[in-house]
Write a protein that binds this ligand. Sequence first.
Ligand code: DCP
Length: 231
Amino acid sequence: TATELPRQAEESSEVLHTPRLTVCIEGNIGSGKTTLLEYFSQYPDVEVVREDVDSWCNVDGHNLLQMAYQEPARWAHLLQTYVQLTLAKNHARGVSEGSKVKLMERSIHSARYVFLENQYRSGHLSHAEYLVACEWYRQLASITDSQADLVVYLQTDPKTCHERVVGRGRPEEAGLPLRLLQDLHKRHEEWLLEGRFPAYGPMIVLNASADLPAMLREYRALGANLGAAGK
Ligand code: DCP
């Protein structure tokens, strides 16, 4: 029998507001987005909006991320269209009263220009699947305000990303090849630095291959530049 996806608990009834500043963090798998977002979650006037990886891993028991890693030709399209949907929801989300900055992990644009593009170029999506997913992107991006006031690109050596991914041992990513991280790095560079696809806001580039103390110094400086109040 047909069943519907259980509705995710509606966000609280709190009235949400348009943020004064929207900042999006872009970077490869293992580039350190999580560390940056955790660092800024201690700032009372910054609201962090994470990529909803948990929901990709559990659509009423279906782990789309794992399915797409195991059998990309079959499932990459489903994963990527779902990822785009969850990111469109993140773009549309307001922030609580008192939050000045919305700090968002990735964007619907990287879903399109990095991940979807890479899946297509790797031969995991048929031409028809690619075109339909691109059309979903165009429509979703046009009905939500998905522009950023600032894009922070965590530029990272793919080998460093690989070491971090291996180190954290996320089950879906077991055996993730360096080659994939090199390809995703190339897609980021083509899009954000070489202008192959449109920008969605002014950008700064941080060297995210550095070690943790150096990264934390960069993040502190970024916070000061955003005018956000730290603790
Ligand atoms: N992913 C995907 N398609 C997308 C976005 C992400 O297949 N459009 C996959 C890649 C990873 C997983 O989802 O296996 C989570 O990706 P992240 O790069 O966001 O991982 P982290 O949250 O761990 O980021 P970081 O390592 O920078 O902290």
